[in-house]
Ligand binder design. Sequence first.
Ligand code: ATP
Length: 220
Amino acid sequence: MVIAVENLNVRYGDFHAVKDLSFRVESGELYALLGTNGAGKTTTLEIIEGHREPTSGTVRVFGESPRNRDTVRPRMGIMLQESGFSPDLTVAESVRLIGRLTRRDDTVARVLDVVELTRKAGTKVAQLSGGEKRRLDFATAIWGGPELIFLDEPTTGLDIQSRDDLWGAVDRLRENGSTIVLTTHYLEEAQQRADRIGLMHKGVFHREGTVAELTRTLPR
Ligand code: ATP
């Protein structure tokens, strides 16, 4: 098992954003957190990634607290909804910088090739289009082929060709054994890509299970 979440609760002041959430992600799975705006998907990811402390409940990643950043962080790659790239760095510089922080081995050339940004290697981040920035986000998440990869709404802003390319790259990572956690608003995307889905609404799971189970029980 790669991720175990037990009775997770997160409060922002008076607001109860995640309520008693429990789920597990097995090695090699693609698990989708699907839900409406404000359902608590990003909050849940932030806890599992170790960026935020839960109000209550336990989270284990590779059997450890994700707050043990030195041991857990080098095993994961993260594509946030909004990255904090420095606009003055080039594409190649950004990838190299973040790649080094992961302590995994890889090369800028390989990663830029996977996301088809080779031609933009010398371009400053400020000059990239929205879709190119999204691909740069993805590039930094896959540096060194991490065992666990978080993709927070990865296809938002991508055209159809870029979406297909991204899913192709995800397929290859999975063939090499990576476990993927995805958040998305799109039922169709989750149905097509995920092994299992947690359907979130207002901080709780409405449904959780395999795609086949959900398709059987959900109203059209
Ligand atoms: P979306 O699909 O819109 O990205 P989400 O499912 O990822 O939504 P979250 O970003 O986890 O949802 O937000 C869950 C709820 O918690 C929202 O109502 C949001 O307004 C609230 N929230 C998130 N971060 C904070 C914060 N730092 N302080 C207060 N409330 C917050």
